[in-house]
Design a protein around this ligand. Sequence first.
Ligand SMILES: Nc1ncnc2c1ncn2[C@@H]1O[C@H](COP(=O)(O)OP(=O)(O)OP(=O)(O)O)[C@@H](O)[C@H]1O
Length: 253
Amino acid sequence: MARVEDLHRSYGSGTGAVHALREVSFEIPRGELVAIEGRSGSGKTTLLNLAGVLDAPDEGRITVDGAELGGLGEKGLLELRRDRVGFVFQSFGLTPALTAAENVGVPLRLRRADPAEREERVAAAVPRRARRPRRTRPRELSGGRQQRVAIARALANRPAVLIADEPVGQLDAETGLAVMELLRAVVRSENVTALVATTTPSCWGSPTGSWSSATATSSNRPDTPFSGAGRYQNYVKTPSAHAPGQGSPAGAE
Ligand SMILES: Nc1ncnc2c1ncn2[C@@H]1O[C@H](COP(=O)(O)OP(=O)(O)OP(=O)(O)O)[C@@H](O)[C@H]1O
């Protein structure tokens, strides 16, 4: 469970101050994904940076699995960011010199996970039968494949929170939909809380049939950039429609 309460974040001061977020509140249970939609400049990245512990709010509280981030010291925040948060970026952010499997293993190495656990997690994400992506370097993979590897890397440490900033922004519509389906599936199978920003709501497809949608709470004031065009949209998948390919994102096509 991730809970955001009354978040404020401004940049600059005086007449030049930009109030990127004001009075933003919502909560996301484990195993659910919240899409943050909004035009460019509406504060999506600011919100993701706060939720991903890359930045601190001016006011407000963020709680992950009952632990309030403001109460953690520098060391605690560093460990939380390293071990409990997974990041997915628009431009994939894979290390070019490493193979796909080695990229997936990076967070486990940073945490000094033992080799057996590393192999087990990498094998789950990039199955041995998927030899090509396993041994291939990122530049030899399609954009969709690269993003699948990046998602596997983000989940390698079994994080509590998955942060994705425009994860399909560089993919064509069809590939983007497939990657979004994968994200929805792994959020369920890995029981992670996911926060996904997008300026392109169409990439979500329509929440019909096995999908239901509900709007999460937010109490932005009308003059904030976020309230102008941003909204929180929570797509919840019904348990009866579990997608295949869970747990092996880089191996699933
Ligand atoms: N470091 C900063 N210094 C000053 N202003 C900033 C800074 N970062 C963001 N802003 C401003 O805060 C507002 C929100 O920016 P943010 O990047 O969070 O929006 P966004 O919705 O993610 O936009 P985009 O979709 O273009 O990435 C914008 O007006 C932006 O110019």
